[in-house]
Each structure stands twice: as C-alpha cells, then as structure tokens.
Design a protein around this ligand. Structure first.
Ligand SMILES: NC(=O)c1ccc[n+]([C@@H]2O[C@H](COP(=O)([O-])OP(=O)(O)OC[C@H]3O[C@@H](n4cnc5c(N)ncnc54)[C@H](OP(=O)(O)O)[C@@H]3O)[C@@H](O)[C@H]2O)c1
Length: 367
C-alpha cells in the first residue's frame, strides 16, 4: 500500500501535483468523475486513473484501495472534507488538502484527536495562501522564542503573483469563494474576522489597508481578508491579536462601501448558489504573472513592544501551490508525518517553504 491518490485529477492543481509527483518518481492515481476528461488529463504522462462519478464513489474507492496518501483538490472543502477524511481515517490513509477558507481550515484541525486515534496525519492549507504566511510567522516566532519573547500581535499579508490560464474559473474554486465564511463564529456570515484577545471578532472586509514594498521593490497594498491563514498565523504565534490581509481583496474606498451590501445579499442561500454558478462560468483570458515573486509577509509585535518583520519570497502562486502540495504529499508518503491534524508549517516547520525554493528576508535586526 504505497499509492497516492489525487482527487480532482482533471483540475489545475490535481494535474500539476500529479505531474510533479511523477517527476519525483512517484506514481500517482488520478481520480475524477468523468472518464473522458480523466483520460485526457492522464494521457501525456501516462498516469493511472480511477473513475469515481460521485464523491461517494471516490470515498468508497479510498476505503477499498487504502492508498497511503490522499491529496484532495476538490473544493469547496467545507463540503468535501468530512466524507474524504472519514474515508481516509477508516482506510489508514494520510490526507492533504489545499483549503484556504476560514470555515474549512479549523474544521480539519478539529479532527486532530480522530487522526491521533487512527495514527494518521491530516494536513490542510497546503497551498500558497496558508503555507506562505504561516511559514514566515513560524520563522519569525522561532527566533523570538529563542530570544525569550512572546508574540502579542501579528499581521500577515499574502501577496500572490498569479499567472492565469485561459478558461472558466470552475465550480470548485467558485464554491470555495462563495462558501468560505458560513458558520464561522465571531461575526456575521459574510463579515470579515480578526483575532482580538484570542477570540474571532468582526473586522471590515477589505479594511485595514497597508501599503507594502516587497524586497524586489514592487509597491502593493493589502486589505483585511479572513482566510485560513488567519487561524494558521494565530496558532503559529500564539498571539492574542492577529489579522490577515491579502493583496487580492478589493480595497478601494468604493469596494469597501459595496462589499458589506454584497455580503448581505450573499448570505441568502439561493442568491449565493446562483452567484457561485455564474462565477464558475466566468472565463479568464490568459495573463502572465504580474510580479517576479509571490510573497508571504508578516509583522510580529513582541511583549516588550518591539517588532519583527519578515518576507518569504516564492515563485508564481499556482506553481508554488502545486510544489507545496507535492512536497507535503511526498513527505507523508515517506512516512515523515505524525499523528494529528496540522497546517503545513505546523507539521514541517519553516523549512518546508525553503524546500520548494522559498527565501526568507528579515527587515531590520533579528528579534
Ligand atoms: N490554498 C490555496 O492557496 C489554493 C490555491 C489554488 C487552489 N485552491 C483550491 O483548490 C481547489 C482546486 O483548485 P483548482 O484550481 O485545481 O480547481 P479546478 O481546476 O476547477 O479543479 C477542480 C477539480 O475538482 C473536481 N470537482 C469539482 N467538483 C467536484 C465534485 N462535486 N465531485 C468530484 N470532483 C469535483 C473537478 O472535476 P471535473 O473535471 O469533473 O469538473 C476538477 O478535477 C479549489 O477549491 C481552490 O479554491 C487553493
């Protein structure tokens, strides 16, 4: 039983991860719901395939075949995670996903005790968003702890440089965007969140805008966007006050006025499902990556009032996501995991990012 299954094997990340696994000598099985699309996705590299017309069929397949590692790229993870994780724990498989929303990431982390009982490793947030920002927080906090300091406040900024392939956005990504905040405590369904005094509290979506200059000299700005990295940064730092921002959130004054109204509308289920269907069909023209690097950025304020600031430079965001998911899956395949549920840097440390070509840069003196 040394197999690795890639659910969503016809998708952007699924194909990218499978090809990288094959480049490293592993032999992934692409799992998909349409035999024709799956054949097409697998043909160039001769990947093995498993047709599962529904998610139930895929989980039945996992229980029967008992692969060593299951990589799930099928979002929205709020819907797919529980059945897939249940199947993995029953089958004795490790699990990796690339969830990045504030509902799915804590939901997976809450399965930690189940994973320990089953002796398996569950990893969530293995894509660019969570891994890049939590890695730089983990890197700064390791230094701070060595210097006897305690983090009291953390701000993270995710600055992806994403090349777009032409084609539709797709229902997995659209569903993730639309379903990311339902049922999250600490505010309204489509309000933003931040940690204050250790608790999730409301925050303005797109507010808290910070202008940033990357180590490459690019000027960007980032506004508050409560994604999985908010939880990952809080856990990595232990800080009671944490906020997370993204350069991708619209944060013009107009957008900030419109977002609350749009959020209220999206709280209505049928409207949200309609919007998700429309969003899934939106087709993007191809676009090159806007910057040389994608960045994770963090500022940690210590209990003595001083701050540490760091950047983690990575490649194009989609390539980085594929590389990170592949690296995590490969390490699990080698047996380097440990029982429990983790975000990537919580399991493998800040060195995971350097293993996929990342470079850390400190601004100012060490903690
Ligand atoms: N954390 C991060 O930084 C990060 C980065 C990139 C992506 N993501 C997330 O990763 C997920 C995948 O992204 P992607 O760009 O690879 O999306 P994609 O190209 O649309 O691929 C999605 C895959 O999931 C399959 N799928 C969709 N709905 C399904 C269902 N109900 N049952 C079974 N299979 C289903 C699709 O199969 P068909 O071919 O049959 O439609 C396809 O293989 C998204 O949820 C996205 O939000 C996260």
């Amino acid at each position: 039983m040394t197999e690795i299954w890639v659910l969503g094997g016809t998708g952007r990340v699924g194909r990218g991860v499978a090809d990288r696994l094959a480049d490293g000598g592993d032999s992934p099985v692409l799992v998909g719901r349409d035999a024709g699309r799956l054949r097409e996705a697998a043909a160039a590299r001769g990947h093995r395939t498993y047709v599962a017309p529904t998610l139930d069929a895929a989980t039945a397949g996992i229980r029967e075949a008992r692969p060593t590692v299951v990589v799930s790229t099928v979002g929205p993870f709020t819907r797919t995670m529980t059945p897939v994780v249940d199947a993995c724990l029953a089958a004795g498989s490790d699990y990796v996903d690339l969830a990045n929303d504030l509902a799915a990431v804590p939901a997976l982390l809450a399965r930690g005790e189940d994973a320990v009982r089953a002796g398996r490793t569950l990893v969530t947030g293995a894509g660019f968003g969570v891994a890049a920002t939590e890695s730089v927080v983990a890197w700064l906090c390791a230094e701070g702890r060595d210097a006897g300091r305690r983090a009291v406040r953390v701000r993270t900024d995710m600055v992806p440089s994403l090349a777009l392939q032409s084609g539709p956005l797709g229902e997995a990504l659209a569903g993730t965007l639309m379903e990311g905040l339902p049922g999250v405590s600490g505010g309204g369904r489509f309000q933003g969140r931040r940690f204050a005094d250790g608790r999730l509290t409301p925050a303005p979506l797109g507010g808290g805008v910070h202008p940033l200059v990357t180590p490459d000299g690019d000027h960007v700005s980032a506004g508050l966007m409560p994604l999985g990295e908010l939880v990952a940064a809080q856990r990595a730092s232990g800080a009671p006050d944490v906020e997370s921002a993204s350069s991708e959130v619209p944060h013009s004054q107009l957008a900030r006025l419109v977002l609350p109204a749009a959020s209220t509308l999206l709280a209505v289920g049928p409207l949200r499902r309609f919007a998700a269907r429309r969003l899934a069909a939106v087709t993007f023209p191809a676009r090159p990556a806007p910057r040389t690097h994608s960045w994770g950025h963090a500022v940690v304020t210590w209990d003595d009032g001083t701050t540490s600031e760091g950047w983690l430079g990575l490649g194009e965001a989609q390539e980085t996501t594929d590389a990170l998911v592949t690296e995590v899956a490969r390490r699990l395949l080698r047996g380097d995991g440990r029982p429990g549920a983790f975000t990537p840097a919580a399991l493998f440390g800040a060195g995971l990012a350097t293993a996929v070509g990342g470079t850390y840069t400190r601004i100012g003196a060490a903690a």
